[in-house]
Design a protein around this ligand. Structure first.
Ligand code: MRU
Length: 364
């Protein structure tokens, strides 16, 4: 059995360093909030649900550290909240990170108000982080099955050629994956012919990580550069596009890895269904529309270099928005652990969020 890419023993978080894949399988043992925040910033762990899980463990690690400092309850809570604010700022677009941090802060606040000690709170945060981790794996399994049934019905049971973007698999989640979970479930049920994997410049999550996962599962796939997608759609070689999400607004607008919007436009031009797969922790009940989503801007080096070597003149400036927003009108369905929703997304999302105890409870 392959080792888990995220695992925790109170005080130590073990992460598979995704920046080293596919060349090397290296695990990092992290013991401080600072180390975990740096690992998130440097994309050693990435993918919206995975950074939410990681942040939940970071909050537990910090709570243990603070509990050793004999702080009074108010100061302890303030310092826990300060840690949460620092973590959220590390990667601002993926809402799962903020969602997991708020869930931990709320647990701390409620327990302290009820008279628990900081040490008891720290132990509870270990448990909540483990629950968040387990829940995410279960959600992914359900998303996989719902998405596969939806696609099977769309195509009358024919095997499909599916295009995906970025990495939404084991590595991006607690395990199994969202969009890649749907692809895994399609494959398991004999309804997948082929996966087209967009390489996902500038950091190559598709080429390095999705291809690596598909090789391990022996799922037939073809790697393409991002600019080849419309060509294969025009030739009739792609039946559906499925991607993950970093934040979904209440109207169904979706922020996801840069390049997603271009795929949605191209899919629409060719009459190809464009699907999004995400757990409820990716929906942001505080945002009415996608244009309110903060887009993380990463350093220009990721664009001006390739494989560690400068690939453009030293004088050249580069832009590097890490995500873009796909308007809800371009999306055929959003697949969650509760099933697939279709337009009009607003009322469907409102029903999902008001009946979702975990998502609703985590927000104050
Ligand atoms: O910058 P990354 O690699 O963290 O971006 C990841 C994505 O955009 C994924 O598509 C998204 O987080 C969904 S992961 C299930």
């Amino acid at each position: 059995m392959k080792p888990a890419h995220i695992s925790y023993h109170p005080g130590t978080l073990r992460l598979l360093d995704q920046t080293q894949l596919p060349a090397a399988t290296i695990f990092l043992d992290l013991q401080t909030l600072f180390e975990v925040a740096a690992a998130i910033k440097e994309l050693r762990v990435r993918g919206a649900p995975a950074i939410g899980i990681t942040a939940a463990y970071a909050m537990a690690i910090e709570a243990h550290e603070l509990a050793r400092q004999s702080l009074d309850a108010a100061t302890f809570l303030q310092r826990v909240q300060r840690a949460g604010t620092a973590l959220i700022a590390v990667r601002p677009t993926a809402v799962n990170l903020a969602w997991a941090v708020r869930r931990q802060e709320k647990t701390a606040q409620e327990m302290l108000a009820a008279g628990s000690t900081p040490a008891e709170v720290a132990t509870a945060l270990d448990e909540v982080a483990q629950v968040i981790h387990r829940e995410d794996i279960e959600s992914c399994r359900r998303i996989g099955d719902h998405g596969a049934s939806f696609l099977k019905n769309l195509r009358g049971g024919q095997p499909q050629r599916v295009l995906t973007h970025c990495n939404t698999g084991d590595l991006a989640t607690g395990g199994y994956g969202t969009a890649l979970g749907v692809i895994r479930s399609l494959w398991a049920s004999g309804h997948l012919q082929q996966v087209f994997v967009g390489e996902t410049r500038p950091v190559l999550q598709g080429a390095r990580l999705t291809a690596w996962e598909l090789v391990q599962d022996d799922i037939p796939h073809t790697l393409i550069t991002d600019s080849m997608a419309a060509h294969f759609m025009q030739r009739g070689e792609i039946d559906a596009v499925i991607v993950g999400a970093d934040r979904i607004a209440r109207n169904g607008d979706v922020a996801n890895k840069i390049g997603t919007y271009a795929l949605a436009v191209a899919a629409g031009a060719h009459g190809i269904p464009f699907l999004v797969a995400a757990p409820l922790s990716t929906f942001d009940p505080d945002l009415a529309r996608g244009d309110e989503i903060v887009i993380e801007q990463r350093g220009p080096d990721e664009v001006t270099s390739f494989a560690g070597a400068r690939s453009s003149p030293p004088e050249t400036q580069a832009a590097n928005p890490s995500f873009d927003v796909t308007p809800a009108q371009r999306i055929r369905a959003i697949v969650t652990e509760r099933g697939a929703i279709e337009a009009p997304f607003g009322p469907a999302i409102e029903r999902l969020l008001t009946s979702a105890p975990a998502a609703a409870k985590a927000r104050t």
